[in-house]
Write a new protein. Sequence first.
Length: 363
Amino acid sequence: MSNPKDWKIYLGSRKPHGGISRLPAPPAWRPHRAPIGIERDLIGAKEPPGRGASLERARTFHATSTIIEMVNAALYLRRPLLVTGKAGSGKSSLVEAVAYELRLGTPLRWAVTSRSTLRDALYQYDAIGRLQDDPKGAAAPALPRDAAEKKAALKAKADSVGRFVTLGPLGTALLPTGRPRALLIDEIDKSDIDLPNDLLNVFEEGEFEIPELRRIGTDLDVEVMTSDPGQTHAVVHGGRVRCHEFPFMVLTSNGEREFPAPFLRRCLRLEMPNPTGNRPEDDNKDGKRLRAIVELHFKGRDLEKAETVIKDFIDVAVTKGRDVATDQLLNAVYFILQPHEKPDEERKRVLEQLMRELVDVRP
């Protein structure tokens, strides 16, 4: 459990706790909490995020003091965290680690491509599917005779539209919940040039409209589909989605492009320490962080058999500065620890390939 006298809520302890309840009110210039009456419970908030590999990444993420400080700053200030770093440095695993420790439920994911649009991330409306499902119902209904009939007709129409609305990962993350949702926006630098600017208003206001619902009525509650694996439906009031707690958003970038200043102003920035790097900020003197990561992944295993491989990798990565990734070392250690007999020549050839540089700069 976190120390109530410590400002940090995320501790990097890899142990779930309820410290998120100490999160103070947002700054006056950030989105304020929506009315309590429309807050919904966070399904699965007390359970670990995801299963299998996702859960394993959350439990074995090694956070440095820099990572811990910037995560907490993003939580306090309700700002997205733009994480830049080399492939294999753990950028996308960060959101799983934070969601696991702070019990934020299964993280939502938006994998960005050059064709991604803000609309797709917020919601999709299947107008063709609605027309095919109920061609008569989609047409203009007869005029109601009184206020009660009018209200019932509007509600029926809104429900008919709502059945074909699906909130995207960003839209789902902005639903009013009792604690922040965790959202990964992966590889934002692959996006179309306009997408970062398209995100500005959503990042600033923490809300968006669904015009297909809002034009029907501003006081109607309509059930729609979500992208949440823990809860497939949610109620949208008046065609507007407004967060109760601003989501914990991690945007990853491989540093392949520059972002506009207005976008950067709305984000906090973190240069992910490189587990295979040798800079002071990588917190990896003599391969210390690499060893810690290996020990976390192979907890309880005797690593003596893999010691030579670990030392060789540290020499290649840290001392010589070769372009290699952490998971290459993990793969090599896993291969070595298997009980099967391996002829020396075969073992040598496989290890050479497993620890081959990502970018071959040799002539």
